[in-house]
Design a protein around this ligand. Structure first.
Ligand SMILES: O=C(O)c1ccccc1NCC(=O)[C@H](O)[C@H](O)COP(=O)(O)O
Length: 208
């Protein structure tokens, strides 16, 4: 079944709302440059508010190993999502502590898929070059290179997520800007519609 992640959660209220809408995972952004940055304390409280079945993911952009591990621990997230220009060694070091969603641009996909193929600690997520920008990718152009098990992000929302899933069969989808009334504040109707639209698809045809 397709996994659905709602990113950019900045309050306990929005975390509960997304969980009730059926999200499998919530993203908490700890990159200081983001308009959706959240404190580890709020992320931790939000995690306690949604119960044990909703995964919590700490989201980072070009941040040092110590900072990633410190914030992830303080927030009690279960996995981390790594954006940016990062060495394989760095990703390995983080993966020694947390399962990693490694975010790659379309141009980097083939090389990164080679590096991480068969490594259960690292899952690829293909996203637009600027995270959280709402820019959709050219799914048809990605079709040949999209690896089984990878996730998809980039401009996904209620109106296009089903089409994206049908085209690329990702293992999971992730979105933020099309699910907000303003940066960092969730639009309940959009979150509900996004989860519903993703679930309306049949999901990946390969074994998970
Ligand atoms: O959204 C941000 O502000 C952000 C900033 C820095 C690093 C990551 C960020 N978001 C990460 C996400 O997982 C987004 O959901 C993903 O990039 C898709 O965003 P969108 O195209 O707006 O749906």
């Amino acid at each position: 079944m397709i996994r659905v992640k709602v990113c950019g959660t900045t309050s306990v209220h929005d975390a509960v709302l997304a969980a009730e809408a059926g999200a499998d995972a919530l993203g908490f952004i700890f990159a200081p440059v983001s308009k959706r940055v959240v404190t580890p304390q709020v992320a931790r409280e939000a995690g306690l508010g949604v119960g044990p079945t909703v995964a919590r993911v700490g989201v980072f952009l070009n941040q040092g190993l110590d900072e990633v591990l410190r914030l992830a621990e303080a927030a009690r997230v279960g996995s981390v999502q790594l954006h940016g220009l990062l060495s394989s060694l760095y990703v390995e070091q983080v993966a020694a502590y947390y399962p990693v969603l490694r975010v790659v641009r379309p141009a980097e996909l083939a090389a990164e898929a080679d590096v991480w193929s068969g490594d259960p600690r690292v899952t690829l997520m293909v996203d637009a070059p600027e995270p959280g920008s709402g820019h959709a990718l050219d799914w048809d152009a990605l079709r040949a290179a999209f690896p089984p098990g990878a996730w998809l992000a980039g401009g996904l929302g209620p109106a296009n997520v089903a089409q994206a899933i049908e085209t690329l069969e990702p293992a999971g989808v992730d979105a933020v800007s099309r699910l907000e009334t303003r940066p960092g504040v969730k639009d309940l109707a959009a979150v509900v519609a996004f989860v519903r639209a993703a679930r309306s698809t049949v999901g990946p045809s390969y074994p998970q």
